[in-house]
Design a protein around this ligand. Sequence first.
Ligand SMILES: [Ca+2]
Ligand SMILES: [Ca+2]
Length: 277
Amino acid sequence: MTRPHFCHIGNPSRRGWGQEKSLAWLAAFGLLSATAQCHAQGSFQITFDGDPVQPPGTSYFVQQYFESGAWFRPLGVIGPGNGFSRRGGGSPSFIPDNGTAYIATAFGDSLQFSFLHGSPFSLVSVDLAEYSTTVPNAVTVPFVGYRSDGSVVNASFTTDGIIDGTGPIADFQTFHFCPQFSNLTRVEIPTYGWSLDNLVVVPEPGMSIYRSPTNVVVSWSPTWPGIVLESSPTLTPPEWQPVSTNGTNSLSFPISGPSRFFRLNLDALRGLCYAPE
Ligand SMILES: [Ca+2]
Ligand SMILES: [Ca+2]
């Protein structure tokens, strides 16, 4: 089940390559959002099921957790008393249950996450539930996304306040992020009293330019279909034109000749959608 929500991008005066790319993506997304939420190619799900495995029926207070290259930790200084809970699901019957492990925050807890080595990423969706049947109130969970171009994007999801623990009712709901939740370097959830599972993430493709004695080598990864390498002789204004790559992800250009600028156009990649679950 999804709920309507609103996004806001801060720091609108800053314009750079990242924002330009995002605006292009927004234009592409607008054509498709009427029928489906977008799951960009290359997405994967962080399940919080381990390693290490969190046994069913247990709840451990932890300072950090790692999965698929993502690093989850509280806001502030990592240490005793500052962290969040890993729950194994199942009994006790008063906490949310979806049959798997997940994370939760009690009074005073918080969460932030990023990828090791600072790799940028997008958020697609997340499963959220209330804290417990003893604190069953609908809870609003704010996500603050910090983007690599310096802008900040916000989203708040409010749960339905329906929870019966190990009973037959679905405690968790799936919420989808606005497409602005892209090119992120870090995301914070500064509040507590929620349960969270199944975070769907898309790592951002990256490009590098290397100069050899005689050539400039432009390469990028991963090599998903739909990524288009573009080149422009200037940035004032840019005149982007696709570059023939012949299916490779690495091209060499002679150092001689006029200067050129390169970028990865991800519009086609962003447009790959399928119906929401
Ligand atoms: Ca899980
Ligand atoms: Ca619920």
